[in-house]
Design a binder for this molecule. Structure first.
Ligand SMILES: NC(=O)c1ccc[n+]([C@@H]2O[C@H](COP(=O)([O-])OP(=O)(O)OC[C@H]3O[C@@H](n4cnc5c(N)ncnc54)[C@H](O)[C@@H]3O)[C@@H](O)[C@H]2O)c1
Length: 250
């Protein structure tokens, strides 16, 4: 099994990519803590993991509150003895708006969840990993954070920031054998894109890539599995793009 005995936190594990990762990991021997702001969906993920023969518990967490993220890490260590893999995946999007129309509170909220949340996750996971002499951190960015995307200025800024802090952190902790990578999904079939589903541009938007189809959360989960596992032992500071070729255009 590719994650045998690995102790793993997945933030945003109640839905979409985070849930798909939990289900994929449940077949690979991982012991997980599913963290989400949504209690019902987080508990449902745990139920599905257990049905799959895996092991997980739910820990209610708002990643924008540093004390809650610290408690999440502490709970994981008291449950499982340590923490091997931290997946900072919780995220929200924003209403489409030109930058001068983006409400300030919305900018702050998006950056808080998508960037500050990643910072807190790394801040509290890293001391445990330093003690272990190993660890893998996976931060969820987006192709929007690489290429830029009109009308999504706050989201784009936060996701670019995730790539930047991933590289800096990889440099800082490589000597402790802690690997820090990001994933950059293209458009993936999850809740976060639900607002766009009824838009006129959706059929074009969801197929604007070389493979000409929307991605599935399981396809991103497979990339997370690689980065979480020891198979990625010489991979750090990188952003693994899982976008069906979106960055190439169409
Ligand atoms: N789906 C896509 O097209 C796509 C593309 C690129 C990047 N992403 C990124 O992938 C990640 C996962 O998104 P998804 O597509 O699975 O969407 P999703 O909406 O299905 O899942 C996001 C999860 O994050 C949780 N969450 C939101 N705010 C939180 C908070 N403050 N604290 C804790 N949990 C919180 C939600 O409750 C939800 O369970 C996000 O970071 C998102 O930005 C998604």
């Amino acid at each position: 099994m590719r994650l045998e005995n690995k102790k793993i936190i997945i933030t945003g594990g109640g839905s979409g990519i985070g849930r798909a990762a939990a289900l994929r990991f449940s077949r690979e021997g991982a012991d997980m803590v599913i963290a989400d702001i949504n209690l019902d969906s987080g508990e449902e993920t745990v139920h599905l993991v257990e049905k799959n023969g895996g092991n997980a518990v739910f820990h209610h967490t708002d990643v924008t509150i540093p004390e809650e993220v610290e408690q999440l890490v502490n709970r994981t260590v008291s449950l499982y003895g340590t923490l091997d893999v931290m997946i900072n995946n919780a995220g929200i999007t924003q209403k489409e708006n030109k930058i001068h129309n983006v409400p300030i509170h919305e900018w702050k909220k998006v950056v808080d969840v998508c960037l500050d949340g990643v910072f807190y996750g790394m801040k509290y996971a890293i001391p445990v990993m330093m003690k272990n002499g190993s660890g893998s951190i996976i931060n969820t960015s987006s192709v929007a954070g690489i290429k830029g995307q009109k009308l999504l200025g706050a989201y784009t800024a936060a996701k670019s920031g995730v790539i930047a802090i991933t590289k800096s952190t990889a440099l800082e902790y490589g000597k402790y054998n802690i690997r820090v990578n990001a994933i950059a999904p293209g458009i993936i079939d999850t809740e976060i894109v639900s607002e766009w589903r009824n838009a006129e541009k959706w059929p074009l938007m969801s197929t604007a890539n070389a493979l000409r189809r929307i991605g599935q959360p399981e396809e991103v989960a497979n990339a997370c599995l690689f980065l979480a596992s020891d198979e990625a032992s010489f991979v750090t500071g990188t952003t693994l793009v899982v976008d069906g070729g979106t960055l190439l255009g169409k």
